[in-house]
Design a protein around this ligand. Structure first.
Ligand code: BGC
Length: 750
């Protein structure tokens, strides 16, 4: 039975009236590390939350920051958000969301702390792998089905981190300054789509400050934009320990304070808030607003129903009761692993394939050598809060061994040495020593340890080179890992760690046919060897079936169709962030410190010129462009047409025919960009405004169509404070990547 909005709000008000001040406060702050407080007297339960974007995380002790670690919390490990975005396939975003939502519910959660959709502005940011893209349109298009998928069951997504969280360095204390246009065009569209189109039931504020206010208690972001402008009536949760002030948090659009300290009663929205209300410093109505959102959230995920009862005195009493037929969800079903595999397949990006070096046919391969620590290393359980305990994870090595079968000898050698360091937050970029080496009785001091490490590096490399000469086929699997792609830390530069450049060069010299696979959630500099390598594959953390997908692409069972959701620059110094920006931030002056609770401030001087918008505008070459990705087949684009649109709100309908001219079936992500014919100084050359992925059998041709609206030709004017449509000659480009433009047409806008 559908209950009207009015009826629902009436019930919420009735239950709210039953609550004491203390009880209200319980509902708006944590009572455990991943649960809110409850009011058993009225049947109001705790809200149960869990990270994260690649699967449902381990359960933690209520008051110890430590996983309980039972066997029951092993789950499906999904491709990370960068990998999902690399598919350019909205349907796969949806199925990934469905898996995440069902598993979260199956593990008894009400909210999954995902997806992370911050713009990948800075290639050094340690959490880039958790995010989708440098392009706001791609983010918005992929996040909508992802959230809808999660929320298909009785659980909520929690889109994060709102907003402008672009670095891990000083993430709690860095203030971001940016102009309105940059905010509106680059950093908000993904969140706006999550709120308005996907109807996310929850959203997480950021740690960083924006214009002097911490994201999780920002009046500007949470109240003015989110609540008032976007009319959001869902739940807003703080990031963990992102609240710093009782009054600011109470009076902002935040609803629920979470943190990493077990003194729950001391949280800003706990006892300090109760006292402030009692003293008349904060209005109780501020708590009421939050409680309404929390109760509404509970109703939306069907955690509770609210029962009303007419009392004899004419008053209506209310209490919460559990919903008997709430979807119980489930986890580790075969179908989940199937979806993880489908997404993983389309997330592999073929960057280069000279002389048809790939695929390597199993039937013609007697001996295959796999080099590189990443081939044999499970990745799920790393990276910070996105870590999960995977039910299983097919590593590239296992994927290849399975794919090639018993008639091929698949041999592994690590190639590069990864020190197995201990310590919780071992800082991998510091000059620390491997625990493994230190446990060797012959090693007593740092000098000896360094020597030993050097010997190991040399030995691993020499072994790899020697074997590479003997084997007909060689695959090197390197890149980053979660010692680098991780929360809480940014990289120093784009260089490959563990002396991989030297290894890859030496192997390519020994066997020029060697294929290189890069695992990474952010760009890495490949220039030391990329000219020499005939084939390069690129893959972000690709879930439990990532190794299967990779092996299938290498063998040719799967035709690659992934495309880069970000540009791959080689040198951080040549990025917009470095050239214009002041990363990691300028130290605050004493006067600024009085005004805000931060240590650094960073002005996004690159403005809207993020990613390809920067590289194209300033003609800065990158290794591989946004949207790039090759296939084992060829596609011919022809017959582009632009018509005045018939559909509602649309200005133009653009069509193009795409034909598979090769011999195998493939999928192509067709991309549409728009830009001015004579590009104004303030605008990018072009911007992504449409894409569609089509499957084509050999010889098959399909027509792909796009609708373009006035908004697609608009920019936000800082002066006027509104979106304004451009005028004059515009170009609509259709391409296989941002640089590989296959057709274009001009239109004139009045
Ligand atoms: C992260 C969030 C995460 C939370 C809970 C924070 O440090 O920034 O993304 O959901 O911890 O683990």
């Amino acid at each position: 039975m559908r209950v009207s909005k009015k009826e629902t709000e009436k019930k919420i008000e009735a239950l709210l009236r039953e609550l004491t001040l203390e009880e209200k406060s319980r509902l708006i702050h944590a009572s455990e590390f991943f649960r809110s407080g409850d009011v058993p007297r009225l049947g109001i339960p705790k809200i149960s939350m869990s990270d994260g974007p690649m699967g449902v995380r381990n359960d933690f002790y209520p008051d110890k920051w430590f996983p309980i670690g039972t066997s029951a919390d092993a789950v499906s490990y999904l491709p990370c958000n960068t990998a999902i975005a690399s598919t350019w396939n909205r349907e796969l975003a949806r199925t990934s969301g469905e898996v995440l939502g069902r598993e979260a519910r199956g593990r008894g959660k009400d909210m999954i702390l995902a997806p992370g959709i911050n713009i990948k502005r800075n290639p050094l940011c340690g959490r880039n792998f958790e995010y989708m893209s440098e392009d706001p349109y791609l983010v918005a298009e992929m996040v909508v089905p992802l959230i809808e998928g999660i929320q298909e069951t009785d659980v909520s997504a929690c889109v994060k981190h709102f907003a402008c969280n672009a670095q891990e360095w000083e993430r709690l204390w860095v203030n971001v300054e940016l102009d309105e246009r940059t905010l509106r065009e680059i950093y908000l569209p993904g969140f706006e789509a999550a709120v308005k189109r996907a109807k996310t039931k929850a959203l997480m504020g950021s740690y960083n400050l924006v214009r002097g206010e911490h994201g999780s208690q920002s009046k500007f972001l949470l109240t003015d934009i989110l609540r008032k402008e976007w009319k959001y009536d869902g739940l807003v949760v703080s990031d963990w320990s992102a609240v710093h002030d009782t009054k600011a948090a109470a009076e902002s659009g935040l609803d629920l304070e979470m943190s990493v300290f077990p003194e729950f009663d001391d949280y800003f929205l706990a006892n300090p808030l109760i006292e402030a209300v009692k003293k008349g410093e904060i209005a109780e109505e501020e708590l009421d607003k939050k409680v309404r959102n929390i109760l509404r959230f509970m109703l939306r995920v069907r955690l509770i129903e609210i029962e009303l009862k007419e009392q004899k005195n004419g008053r209506t009493s209310a209490k919460a009761v559990p919903v008997e037929d709430r979807d119980p969800g489930y986890y580790n079903g075969d179908i989940m692993h199937h979806f993880a595999k489908e997404t993983a397949r389309e997330a592999v990006v073929m960057l280069k394939n000279e002389k048809h070096r790939l695929p390597i046919k199993p039937s013609q391969t007697k001996r295959l050598l796999v080099i590189g620590n990443n081939a044999d290393m499970p990745q799920a359980n790393g990276g910070g809060s996105a870590e999960i305990k995977a039910l299983y994870e097919i590593t590239p090595l296992m994927g290849l061994a399975r794919e090639y079968g018993g008639n091929t000898e698949v041999r592994f050698t690590p190639g590069y040495y990864v020190p197995k360091k201990t310590g919780k937050e071992a800082n991998w970029q510091e000059d620390s020593v491997s625990a493994e080496v230190m446990s060797d009785p012959s090693v007593r001091d740092k000098r000896k340890a360094d020597k030993k490490e050097k010997e190991l590096i040399k030995k691993y490399r020499e072994d790899a080179v020697r074997l590479a000469k003997e084997y007909e086929e060689v695959v090197i699997v390197g890149g980053l890992d979660h010692n680098y792609d991780t929360e809480g830390m940014d990289r120093k530069d784009l260089k490959l760690p563990y002396e991989q450049d030297a290894l890859i060069n030496a192997v390519l010299e020994a066997n020029p046919r060697a294929v290189v696979v890069m695992f990474a959630g952010s760009p890495v500099d490949m220039t030391a060897w990329s000219d020499k390598a005939q084939a390069i594959l690129w893959m972000a953390y690709n879930g439990m079936e990532g190794g299967t997908a990779l092996a299938e692409v290498i063998s040719g069972t799967t035709n690659p169709s992934g495309k880069l959701p970000e540009s791959l620059p080689a040198d951080f110094k040549k990025t917009g962030v470095a050239v214009f920006g002041d990363y990691p931030g300028r130290k605050l002056t004493a006067a600024e410190k009085k005004k805000m609770n931060a240590t650094l401030t960073q002005t996004f001087k690159d403005g809207i010129f993020v990613g390809y918008r920067y590289y194209e505008k300033f003609k800065v070459p990158v290794q591989y462009v946004f949207g790039h990705g090759l296939s084992y087949t060829e596609y011919k684009y022809s017959g582009m047409t632009v018509e005045k649109a018939g559909a509602k709100d649309a200005l133009y309908t653009v069509r193009i025919k795409v034909k598979n001219t090769g011999h195998i079936t493939g999928k192509e992500a067709v991309q549409l960009y728009v830009g001015e014919k004579v590009v104004s100084e303030a605008n990018p050359v072009k911007e992504l405004k449409g894409f569609d992925k089509v499957e084509l059998a050999p010889g098959e041709e399909k027509t792909v169509s796009f609708n373009l609206t006035a908004k697609d030709f608009s920019h936000f004017s800082n002066e006027a404070g509104e979106w304004q449509q451009m005028k004059g000659k515009m170009v609509i480009y259709i391409g296989a990547s941002s640089a590989d433009i296959r057709a274009k047409k001009e239109v004139v806008l009045k």
